[in-house]
Write a protein that binds this ligand. Sequence first.
Ligand SMILES: Nc1ncnc2c1ncn2[C@@H]1O[C@H](COP(=O)(O)OP(=O)(O)O)[C@@H](O)[C@H]1O
Ligand SMILES: [Mg+2]
Length: 455
Amino acid sequence: MGDFRREGGDGGGNGGGYRLDPVSGRCSASRVNPRATPSLRISRLVVQNFRTFHGPTEIPLASAGGVADEVAVFHGGNGSGKSNALAALELFFRLAGLWMRQRANARGDYFTLDWERLTDDAGVIASPRDWPPSTREFMHIRVHFALGGTAMVSIAHAGNEVLIGMDGVWGQSVDGNQFYAGELQPQEQERLGTIRAKVETPLGPGSRPLFRLDARRREHRTGQTKPRSDAPASPLSAELATRLLDLATSLEPLDTERWRAFTQLISRFKTLAGREVNVLRLPDGSADLRFEIRGKQILRVSELSSGEQQVVALCAAVLTSRAAIVAIEEPEISLDPSYQELLGDMLREQVRSGLVDQIILESHVPIFDGPEVVRFSRSPEGVTSVVRQPSDLVGADLRERARARGAEDQCLSPPPGLTRFTSGTRRSKRGKGRSRGRSAVCSGEDSPFSRATCP
Ligand SMILES: Nc1ncnc2c1ncn2[C@@H]1O[C@H](COP(=O)(O)OP(=O)(O)O)[C@@H](O)[C@H]1O
Ligand SMILES: [Mg+2]
């Protein structure tokens, strides 16, 4: 346990994609150059005494066979703890970075900070209210990395101060008795530096471990003449727009290539296709995008449909975040099923092309499911529990899609599990076009009604 240096484990895909070199964060002009192995992918997260997580709660991000998810999906009702799990992961990386920075010039496995400094100077979002009611026990957040090794940050509420410890760097437990006092040896310095680089800048200089896009939306009130001044103009945040401006105006050809990858991605969404995209600096120094149909119309990003704005924001986030792990809350916001499906495919491609190591989605719709989903629920006492289950995509969603394509109800009420379409239940829709008929009925007498056989 606790060895960050082990190599091996599950590799990343080597599929096609953009000409990006995620190690440098640059694009290759000549060929796709994905990393063979992701640098930072998580196979398990264990959270204890954080918000709705009470006892140690395991959040598995790997299949039973131990292969970590490329795209992990958190499902569950409102308030079940999905965002809290992402907040715990964010807190882990912030505290781990803080611990390592402190460790470099202060001895000991724990250090204390007052609360104000924890939230202000250190930029760590944590407060005494993050403990579940009625406990002040250690909060623990443990991360198991797919490449091997685990690390755990522990944080204790000590009156006006907070005590922060980390386990997994030297191999001892924070609950154990080994304390490292005195000067660090040169090898220890080097080891700490290596681990720090892996955790803080896993994709090379300028990168970060985690980028999290929350589910914030604009607020409109009846009778309000002007939007509230603190309401964002669009889901494309000022920071994301500025990062796009930096790419588009960079004199570095590889940045330009990344900008092009962004424009190509959004043009795959049919209502955005055929529009020329530019990013411009506004007089106040902020950036905005404009979408042009030459000689006919120019729209600002805030004038696009809400679904189109979401697509723009999500593509910009994934392409500019330079983060190993990208977490997106409710990617389905404002998107119709076809856009949801396209977005899901596009996100998977980004992992397979090596641009990001792992994507974590918090979603309420089955279109984003992988073969398995991580299902959150909350007890009447307010405690989150988590199980990993096969996706139910083979159930309701496929039935819905088949129905939309003209299949009859009698063909769509299977016993649980697979449904087989026999020749007696097949149906051909005359005059509706070949592809439609084919989609409604799976090919082959005994074809299982499965994702693989129903396009
Ligand atoms: N400090 C806190 N910040 C946010 N939510 C908290 C906090 N402490 C407890 N909670 C609880 O967490 C719940 C929200 O969980 P969340 O993870 O956001 O749900 P969801 O599954 O919808 O993403 C709230 O019902 C709230 O009771
Ligand atoms: Mg949430």
